[in-house]
Design a protein around this ligand. Structure first.
Ligand code: MG
Length: 236
């Protein structure tokens, strides 16, 4: 019978640890080669939700065709026609969205250029004209509505195109409990939400409730003619 000393055990554990380090990066295989986009255009592995030409990836929240207006390379909220919803469902994503609030400014606070990007139809990244327009902090542009105010106000002037780049991991059920999710948001290239925890509670006026593995992306009709273009995501 062979006896192992403590040194033997430590040596064997060290070898296993080193093997783990060496193999760890390769366990999932070689990272795929992709072609990145330029100036916000989709990389080669992106799922394009809107390229400026048609609403074929979208439907009305009430069913049937999405009724938002199509312009020259953009879509525009058609007030009163309701939210629009992707036909496909998504879990964790990297999402790119470009948006512009109306250049003709009307209203104030929440009543100025309001719309929203709802991950899984549950968690709203607020879209609002927050350029020289005060409102409650966790309801301004870049906020996770009612959950987290943005770190800074990075808004461009009304009418100008702005970007959201969002990293989203959904809260989801696992083994009889809800695993927390997270959301990170860059507005116009500036970090405004830094790995904010999501516990599975939907934000105000969400279309859907309850933590799930996958859900649709939803864009909000809040009654204002906000525009969107160049919407794509990568499944993570
Ligand atoms: Mg909104």
């Amino acid at each position: 019978m062979t006896h192992c000393t403590n040194q033997d055990v430590l040596a064997r554990l060290s070898i296993i640890y080193c093997l783990g380090l060496c193999l760890g990066a390769g366990a999932a295989g070689e990272p795929p080669v992709i072609t990145p986009g330029r100036h916000g255009s989709p990389p080669s592995d992106a799922f394009v939700l809107f390229d400026g030409h048609d609403l074929s990836k979208w439907q009305s929240a009430s069913g049937g065709k999405a009724k938002w207006k199509l312009g020259d390379g953009y879509m525009e909220v058609n007030p009163g026609t309701g939210n629009i919803v992707t036909k496909e469902q998504f879990g964790a994503v990297q999402l790119h969205v470009e948006w512009a609030t109306p250049s003709v400014v009307t209203g104030e606070g929440q009543n100025r250029g309001n719309s929203g990007v709802y991950l899984q139809g549950r968690y709203e990244v607020q879209v609002l004209d927050s350029y020289h327009n005060k409102t409650y902090y966790n309801g301004q542009a870049g906020a996770i509505y009612s959950i987290s105010a943005p770190l800074v106000n990075a808004c461009r002037k009304p009418g100008q195109w702005q970007t959201y780049d969002i990293i989203f991991h959904p809260p989801h059920p696992w083994n009889g409990r809800i695993v927390d999710g997270s959301i990170t948001v860059l507005q116009n290239g500036v970090l405004v939400e830094d790995h904010v925890t999501l516990i599975g509670k939907s934000t105000t006026a969400a279309l859907f409730h309850g933590a799930v593995a996958t859900g649709p992306l939803v864009l909000q009709d809040h009654g204002h003619p906000v525009r969107y273009r160049n919407i794509w995501l990568r499944k993570l």
